[in-house]
Ligand binder design. Sequence first.
Ligand SMILES: [Zn+2]
Length: 269
Amino acid sequence: MKKILPLSCLQMLAAALALSGGAAWAQVDVGAASSLRTLVPAETLEQSAQQQYAQLLAQARAQRALAPEGNPQLLKLRAIAQRLIPYAEQWNPRARQWRWEVNLIGSKEVNAFCMPGGKIVFYSGILNQLQLTDDEIAMVMGHEMAHALREHARERLVKSQATNLGLRLGAQLLGLGEVGTAAANVGGQLLTLKFSRSDESEADLVGLELAARARFNPQASVTLWQKMTQATGGGGIGFLSTHPTGPERIHELQANLPKVQGLYEQARH
Ligand SMILES: [Zn+2]
């Protein structure tokens, strides 16, 4: 009589699969990663992201918007990424095998992201319109890398797909095939995913830690978001629409600074 509620099934399974994903070696503590994410195979999502990334680059290339090798802004982005990447695997052992890529797309759009598997794109709009310093770029990049490392997309996709999958999922709990298929089919969503407020807080803190370890000034996280607050955005799927900012976020960032100041000082010496 009573229908199986897919979410309670999910939760039970999630509990069964829960990994002790704590991060004892890390200076900042953001708790264990959500166990829900384990319902979408990481490989599936990373493959899907890779296809999406390749498509995006091909599109940009066709429009002559993809920055060529040797472009000074692209070189700068890649140099910043090279400093951050060594600290990434502390947050996710899979990152050791990721083939990190960094590309720059010429566009007025104020946007940047890192897809699952370490595929990074910056739009020139975010660099030029906000006049970002290297430290501020590192904060954006660290924040986006943190979303990928903490696998926020996996978690979000499970949550959004769970309701659609409904009872079919109940029948396939052991195989998990449905969720995996769903994840493979939503590559396009990866670019427009809006994370929860708690995902955002986590990405701010983890990104800040990566940047501090890589010798980028933590104070830049505050100036970055002050600039974001003042920017007009321009609508669309830009960073500003997926990253609401305001006094609350700035306040939280300021409260985070002492947590990583020691790491930054250590990195400088
Ligand atoms: Zn974010």
